[in-house]
Write a protein that binds this ligand. Structure first.
Ligand SMILES: [Zn+2]
Ligand SMILES: [Zn+2]
Length: 133
């Protein structure tokens, strides 16, 4: 698939350049309308052939990157906003929360948090310390 992309890029590039060169050669010769049209067609075909595999490749790489990123950080969707950035688990309400939604959700009298990640919790209240039941 990688090789196909390379060939498509090279072939499309050659088409594009040929088309552009042909287009350039028709400048100053008003009678060369047919050649100009053909050159434009060549150039646009070439551009498309270059763009499509690049686009497909970019989309696939983006999707792979996203997936790798999510699984690497083990990010869970936030219960409040749905963003895959939850870092805390409220054991009282059994909800996962991201840093943005935590202040809105936070009920100092009831909420008890567990960090979903290792390392320090980046909010004022450390995991499991607060919460009077
Ligand atoms: Zn959120
Ligand atoms: Zn809560």
């Amino acid at each position: 698939v990688k090789r196909l992309t390379l060939w498509a890029t090279v072939g499309g590039g050659i088409l594009l350049i040929t088309g552009l060169l042909a287009l350039g050669s028709t400048i100053g010769t008003p009678s060369a309308n047919a050649t100009r049209g053909f050159a434009l067609l060549l150039a646009s075909c070439g551009a498309m052939i270059v763009a499509v595999p690049l686009y497909v490749d970019a989309r696939r790489m983006q999707a792979e990157h996203q997936r790798a990123e999510n699984s690497k950080r083990n990010l869970m969707p936030c219960a409040a906003c749905g963003a895959p950035a939850a870092i805390l688990w409220c054991t009282t309400h059994t909800q996962m929360l991201c840093p943005n939604c935590l202040p809105r959700h936070d009920d100092p009298l009831r909420c008890l948090y567990k960090s979903l990640r290792r390392g320090p919790v980046p909010v004022g209240r450390p995991a499991g310390v607060s919460g009077r039941v």
